[in-house]
Design a protein around this ligand. Structure first.
Ligand code: FAD
Length: 357
């Protein structure tokens, strides 16, 4: 089957708060955007780093949370029906002879667009991996990272499962694995491996861990993973160095890695621009980079006085949408219209126009 090719007026890289608001601003100009994100969901840092923490400095919203803001933005952009492409990392951007931009993703999708909005924040969120490169060969089959597809229900019956990590998500993963294994009535063995026998998380989660430990449903091992053992293409065990300094092997049919995620600038650095402090320099008129038709908004950009705040990104997205119309519909005159009073904008937003009283 041929790799998918999508032609678009506008592509937004990054579904963080600023990328989402870019969709809204483009929608007001009657431009439908495609949005690509390496994560399997929208929200960027808000969802990945602080979904349940409060935010107090969104204008007109005295308090919300990372998750709440993301949900509000998704609701706000719904009328514009952006097409979301999740779990795809944009790898390369090149310019075609006709001036349009071609993007390729690690999922093999190609996008050709008139204007590109890079709202890539501090980079693509990718899972932290244990320092054992040999484990890569088993990824997707026996080694599982956050955002991977869920394991089939029956896959843990009689399996040896090693969970790596010490935070809430690691403890939760161990508890879920123990529950799945318990339901399968096999003789599974779940080992939670962390460099020390101390875990962070909600008190109720830690309490559940204590209960599972006491019942022998989860073993805890204070150790660091140093290597692995395999038979042919099948992973058999992890080699670990315990906190007491003993080297030993832990049988592992599945390894669930919960060491957190970290942002990686990755390929963005090679898209043909000169970065400043790992950020994309832009003008403050329309937040266009040195590359015509490529706008950089939100945490990824740099200009004198830049502050990495969500509200700064919202302003940048607004002016970038105006600026990009020269690439998307050069023949069109662009006027400022108020969402309060413009019947055209009401129609785009799918809301009724108020009769004059
Ligand atoms: P991000 O939110 O970083 O989103 C970028 C997205 O782009 C990510 O989802 C990433 O996966 C994706 N991406 C990157 N590269 C690629 C690629 N090559 N291919 C595909 N996808 C890619 N700001 C405030 O204004 N108020 C606050 O109270 C506040 N509190 C904060 C609290 C914490 C703990 C943290 C860490 C930050 C806080 N911030 C706050 C900062 C705020 O979260 C950021 O300014 C904001 O998230 C930037 O939005 P963004 O859309 O530019 O980027």
């Amino acid at each position: 089957m041929a790799a998918p090719l999508i032609e678009a007026d506008a592509v937004v890289v990054g579904a963080g708060p600023v990328g989402l608001f870019q969709v809204f601003q483009l929608g007001l100009h009657e431009v439908r955007a495609h949005v690509i994100d390496a994560l399997p969901y929208a929200g960027g840092q808000c969802m990945e780093l602080y979904p349940d923490k409060p935010i107090y400095d969104i204008p007109g919203t005295p308090v919300t949370t990372g998750r709440g803001l993301t949900q509000s933005l998704l609701q706000q952009i719904a009328p514009f029906q952006a097409q979301m492409h999740f779990s795809q990392l944009v790898e390369s951007v090149t310019r075609l002879e006709d001036g349009r931009l071609q993007l390729t993703t690690d999922a093999g999708t190609t996008f050709i667009t008139k204007a590109l909005f890079v709202a890539a924040g501090v980079g693509a969120f990718v899972p932290r991996k244990p320092a054992v490169p040999e484990l890569e060969a088993f990824e997707g089959r026996q080694v599982h990272y956050p955002h991977d597809a869920a394991l089939p229900d029956d896959s843990l019956a009689d399996a040896h499962v090693a969970v790596l990590g010490g935070d809430e998500s690691a403890v939760m993963a161990a508890l879920e694995a123990a529950n799945m294994a318990g339901q399968a009535h096999g003789s599974a063995r779940i080992t939670l491996i962390h460099r020390r026998d101390a875990f962070t998380g909600e008190p109720s989660t830690l309490q559940q861990l204590e209960v599972a430990r006491a019942a022998g449903r989860i073993q805890v091992l204070a150790a660091q993973v140093t290597g692995c053992e395999a038979t042919g293409s099948r992973l058999q065990a992890l080699r670990v160095l315990t906190a007491e300094g003993t080297e030993t092997a832990v049988a592992a049919d599945h390894v669930i890695v919960r060491l957190g995620v970290s942002p990686k600038m990755g390929p963005i650095a090679d898209w043909g621009w000169t970065l400043e402090r790992k950020q994309v320099p832009v003008n403050t008129e329309d937040f266009q980079s040195e590359l015509p038709g490529i706008f950089a908004i939100g945490d990824i950009n740099f200009y004198p006085g830049k502050r990495k705040l969500i509200l700064s990104g919202f302003h940048e997205a607004t002016l970038a949408a105006f600026g990009a119309m020269a690439f998307i519909s050069p023949e069109k005159k662009v006027h400022l219209q108020y969402t309060t009073t413009s019947p055209r904008l009401h129609q785009l937003l799918g809301v009724g126009t108020q009769e004059k009283s």
